[in-house]
Design a protein around this ligand. Sequence first.
Ligand code: MD3
Ligand code: FE
Length: 217
Amino acid sequence: MTSDLLAGLEPPPPSRAGIGPGAVVLRGRALGLVPALLAAVERVAEAAPFRHMVTPGGFEMSVAMTNCGTAGWITDRAGYRYAAEDPMTGRPWPALPEVLRDLAHEAAEEAGYPGFDPDACLINRYEPGARLTLHQDRDERNRGHPIVSVSLGLPATFQFGGLKRTDPLLRVPLTHGDVVVWGGPSRLFHHGILPLKEGEHPELGARRLNLTLRRAL
Ligand code: MD3
Ligand code: FE
């Protein structure tokens, strides 16, 4: 009774693979948690709505963002930074849901980074056409901590370079349920997301969500 019958019906088991120095993809690692993760995002967005922030250069980002945790990543004309309050509401960001904290802690451990205790989660929402240009994540105080990212909904093409902006780029698909842990040298590598392609995901519709769990302070 067995896996023969179920083989065509069930998603593949999670797999682990390196994609760069210190970076580990756990394919499908979040699949069993999707309802809890979506409920958590919905609850966060009720208190801290998704919004299109403005870059220091004055451009509105195509990705809509919100945060939870004791610190949230923001950008405006004054720059990129972490802030304890949501500038849209003047209130603290919603607390980091336990399901996110636990997933990040466990995924980091599975990737070789035990003891990860995130205090911030940036939630990115992509609609078709939305993209994230090549950048480094360097607003966190101690970049010795890894970052754990969770992808949900429509697939995206992730671009992964090196320490220099001009280093050659690797393209990696990130799909529903994938968790990636970025530590070691990869933590400071340039990366971005190509414009999201049109599509319809059975659970999320024409959207992609990406949650990045971080130690900001
Ligand atoms: C590699 N987010 O929020 S997730 C970001 O899909 C960000 O929304 C993308 O880049 C997204 O800053 C990519 C993968 C990711 C996240 C953080 C990283 C890769 C990373 C930090 C350092 C190196
Ligand atoms: Fe990033």
